[in-house]
Write a protein that binds this ligand. Structure first.
Ligand code: SF4
Length: 375
């Protein structure tokens, strides 16, 4: 029987990773850059401080690998927040149940979902990401399935970023047109995970860890992983994230994998980011991940500022959001004052982002596959 993801992560505890980091030499980094198929030790070498002087070389290799796999295409997608109600209490999040919000919480009705879809379709989007908090009594799987069905009438590609579900619940969503599932582990470190998620269903580390394998087994065609950068040492998280990615490549091989790099920036006033991640660290992590997992898509959201996104488009990113709103109703009724999950950094319109992509020598892609492909 093949090893579970949990066993694979357990085989790389922090102490073992730190030992490998301690032994990395510049020669090891150079060898990791030139190798065709990279090992976990290579990944650690690429993430190490010894790799910093070689970032330019890594960037060239990342660009070569990305163009080989994806050509010069950058997909565009938009988040659509269905609800900002949440029963969980992730202490870093503006949607948390105990977060002192001044603006109303809401869950969109059918009509409001239609209005959001219409507004996003008018902006040109073909790929949409539906989001909710962790509140299955307010936004149960049946509600999310109905939202998928509505969105599917407007967009050829519909994904969700919602709470972790059972396989049958993911199957229900797939039956209603779901194509992809995004679910961040937030942090792979057990102690930090427990400290950040003190109440509710989200406390169950293993249930969340294995969710995307369930989504793939239920028929999800795309899954996206990530850790919330800033909660724990990024040089540890990146290794565990790479292990997660490689595990999914082996065990959910019919499902396309992508990785997101959400970086904590604007958090509630009471929460200080424990392990801030610099721009340079984010760039190194993305380059190392591209070299370790050359076939996976890499997503970058409007959490990141415009200047940094412009640089990263040339270095391995394959999908970006644009013109995003993180509040329910934010597209169809822009004047609405519902609570937003976080403030976005890149406030450019989709047209401006498309122009940037073209000016960088890449092709913006609104739709990356045909319905016939699914049949
Ligand atoms: S991160 Fe998700 S589950 Fe946690 S409080 Fe925010 S919306 Fe809720």
């Amino acid at each position: 029987m093949s090893a579970s993801l949990s066993n694979k992560l357990s085989a790389w505890p922090e102490s073992r990773i730190r030992d490998v980091y301690a032994g990395v030499t510049q020669e090891a980094v150079e060898a990791a850059i030139t190798r065709e198929r990279r090992t976990v030790s290579d990944l650690i070498a690429l993430l190490s401080p010894q790799a910093v002087p070689l970032l330019e070389t890594m960037a060239r290799e990342a660009q070569r690998l990305t163009r080989r796999q994806f050509g010069r295409t950058i997909c565009l997608y938009a988040p659509l927040y269905l609800s900002n109600v949440c029963a969980a209490n992730c202490i870093y999040c503006g949607f948390a149940a105990s977060a002192p919000v001044e603006q109303p919480r809401t869950t969109l009705s059918r009509e409001e979902i239609e209005r959001e879809c219409e507004a996003l379709a008018a902006m040109g989007y073909k790929s949409i990401l539906l989001l909710t908090g962790d509140a299955p009594t307010v936004a149960p799987p049946e509600y999310i399935a109905e939202a998928c069905a509505i969105a599917r009438r407007w967009f050829p590609s519909v994904a969700v970023e919602v709470y972790a579900m059972d396989e049958t619940e993911y199957a229900l969503l797939c039956d209603h047109g779901l194509e992809g599932v995004t679910l961040y582990m937030e942090t792979y470190d057990h102690d930090t995970y427990a400290a950040m998620h003190r109440h509710g269903r989200k406390r169950d580390y293993l249930y969340r860890l294995n969710a995307l394998e369930r989504a793939a087994a239920a028929g999800g065609r795309r899954v996206s992983i990530g850790s919330l950068l800033g909660l724990y040492d990024w040089r540890m998280e990146a290794v565990w994230l790479g292990l997660h990615g490689r595990h999914l490549q082996q065990h959910a091989w019919k499902t396309a994998l992508s990785i997101s790099f959400p970086r904590l920036r604007h958090t509630p006033p009471h929460f200080e980011i424990p392990c801030p991640v610099s721009d340079a660290a984010l760039v190194q992590m993305m380059l190392a991940m591209r070299l370790f997992l050359p076939e996976v898509g890499m997503n970058l959201s409007t959490r990141e500022p415009a200047a940094l996104r412009d640089r990263l488009v040339r270095l391995g990113v394959t999908a970006i959001s644009a013109g995003s709103s993180t509040r329910p109703g934010g597209y169809g009724a822009p004047e609405c004052n519902t609570t937003a999950q976080f403030e976005i950094e890149d406030t450019r319109t989709p047209e401006q982002v498309v122009a940037m992509i073209r000016a960088s020598g890449y092709d913006p892609v609104w739709k990356d596959f045909d319905d016939a492909f699914l049949e």
